[in-house]
Write a protein that binds this ligand. Structure first.
Ligand code: DHB
Length: 313
């Protein structure tokens, strides 16, 4: 039987499978990270970290239903030092991405600087899209000047492969502006999309919101956001330099969803809501489903169809 190749690379980082977890999904604690190490995910990314441990927002702060999830976690994480030293005594054989989410320019610079000293960290994903912090209601990804200034400072000293986790964009002016900025910097990848900010889900019996922080408003993920994830992947595929890889994230629950992300231009994919729902075995299931899907299409590797989305004429 012909072998189907679902390996991929981002910059010079090789992933044996193009499927990995999304930052935030079951990747905060030692046990969760060890589980990911043992799984068939092609790489691991951590929960977005800050310099100092954070407990996050009050519970309930995460809720899921058939079509998606809503969260206002408030960046609960063990602090960057935990994630940097976690790898020290571990023999591991897959790429390790550190997600960072400083609450100020200074904090972001410090986090990048600290991680540059650790050779076990293969790449950084800068989270420019956290929607849930009370003290800082701004989403960095929507502030183009600030992004440009921060990247300017980071690339004065940074030596690690860097990617950026973007919020969803909805109009061409924004796609063009952010792409023009990103194309000026030696970034390795973008991950799109983060959750769609400021959704509400209602418990109809109680006539109430379902999460406590931020008056019930939170970031929406899962099945329901797939059309926006695909559109963002495809827009950036046509607007960004060809050496900038795109990691697709949003609405993946099956091998077919992964095929769609790759068709739109993704080089790899991340799974968040469905990983939380289904647990660590999801990586085997998605891998098998993707391989079958590719085989049925008579392709042999993801490069045969990556970015080849046809447009109705
Ligand atoms: C949180 C949520 C996000 O969508 C994100 O990108 C980062 C952090 C959070 O609330 O913890």
């Amino acid at each position: 039987m012909d072998k189907i190749d679902i390996s991929t690379s981002i910059s010079n980082i090789k992933l044996s499978s193009c499927i990995m977890n999304a930052s935030g999904a079951l990747c905060s604690t030692e046990i969760e990270l060890l589980n990911l190490l043992k799984s068939s995910s092609g790489a691991i990314i951590t929960k977005s970290c800050t310099n100092i441990l954070r407990k996050g927002n009050l519970e309930p702060r995460y809720f899921e239903w058939k079509l998606g999830s809503i969260n206002s976690m408030g960046l609960p994480n063990l602090g960057i030092d935990f994630y940097l030293y976690f790898l020290e005594n571990i023999e591991f054989k897959k790429p390790f991405f550190l997600s960072i989410s400083g609450l100020s320019t200074e904090e972001n610079l410090l986090l990048v600087e600290k991680s540059n000293a650790f050779s076990n960290i293969d790449a950084l994903e800068l989270n420019f899209s956290c929607p849930n912090i009370n003290t800082n209601k701004k989403i960095l990804g929507y502030n183009f000047n600030e992004i440009s200034n921060l990247l300017e400072k980071i690339f004065e000293f940074n030596k690690k492969p860097v990617g950026i986790k973007l919020p969803p964009y909805f109009n061409d002016d924004h796609f063009n502006k952010i792409s023009n900025i990103l194309n000026k910097f030696p970034i390795s990848f973008v991950t799109c999309i983060n959750s769609i900010p400021n959704g509400i889900f209602i418990d109809i019996n109680k006539e109430s919101t379902v999460i406590r922080p931020n008056n019930g408003f939170g970031g929406i993920g899962g099945k329901i956001i797939k059309p926006f994830a695909l559109s963002n992947v495809n827009k950036f595929y046509s607007l960004l330099r060809k050496d900038i890889s795109i990691i697709g994230c949003g609405g993946i629950t099956s091998g077919k969803d992964i095929f769609e992300h790759i068709l739109c231009g993704a080089t790899a994919v991340q799974v968040g809501t469905q990983f939380i729902k289904e647990g660590i075995k999801i990586f085997d299931r998605l891998k098998n489903e993707l391989v079958s899907f590719i085989k049925n299409k008579d392709y042999s590797s993801i490069n045969n169809f990556k970015g080849n989305l046809k447009k109705v004429k």
